[in-house]
Design a protein around this ligand. Structure first.
Ligand code: SF4
Ligand code: FES
Length: 191
């Protein structure tokens, strides 16, 4: 077992666990958007940031991918963490103001739409990859993938063809945190 502290409280986790896993095991809340227990973490949304002090330096890391180490001091709600999270929630809200999960986060962080809010878009895809990972790792099908790069990066079916591998189970729709998959689904799944 590895021992360290979260918010001053001594906690323990097994070698290989992440900070997020240990925090949740001990009932300590860290908000997440692209994390889902059943699939491998991907580190896309950065909402799960925490501050880690390893005795040499303190830095902000993403807790869903950061492996625990003996003696580190983790803070889940320091001013630095709160500031980063607030900015992330602001970006999410400006892109997906209609998504209930993001509205909840905005309320919790007291964030309101900014002047950079995208007009006419309510449920944007944030490229969190949860739909792709769930399709591959939970359902065992490769009906979804990322297509293109940079600003053109998108969720699509392999080769941009509607996928005949898709069994229309709806798992991608269920896990999508913004509702963007509702709009994408007819374009990626063959009838
Ligand atoms: S469609 Fe939804 S689950 Fe898939 S990458 Fe976009 S936001 Fe994430
Ligand atoms: S939950 Fe950790 S980066 Fe999204």
């Amino acid at each position: 077992m590895i021992t360290f502290t979260i918010n001053g409280q001594e906690v323990q986790g097994q070698d290989g666990w992440t900070i997020l896993e240990v925090a949740r095991w001990h009932g300590i809340d860290i908000p997440t958007l692209c994390h889902y227990e059943a699939v491998e973490p991907y580190g896309a949304c950065r909402l799960c940031v925490v501050e880690v002090d390893d005795g040499k330096r303190s830095r902000v890391v993403i807790s869903c991918m950061y492996p625990i180490r003996s003696g580190i001091q983790v803070k889940t709600d320091s001013p630095r963490v709160a500031n980063v999270r607030r900015w992330i929630v602001q970006l999410l809200l400006d892109e997906s103001p209609g998504a209930p999960k993001i509205q909840e986060l905005a309320k919790a962080f007291r964030v309101t739409p900014s002047r950079f809010k995208k007009e006419g878009v309510e449920f944007a895809c944030h490229l969190c990859g949860l739909c792709i990972r769930a399709c591959q790792e939970v359902v065992g099908v490769q009906a979804l993938t990322f297509g293109n790069r940079g600003v053109l990066k998108e969720v699509t079916a392999p080769y941009h063809q509607r996928s005949t591998d898709c069994i229309r189970c709806g798992t991608c729709l269920y896990v999508c945190p913004t509702g963007a998959m509702e709009q994408l689904f007819p374009q990626v799944s063959a009838p």
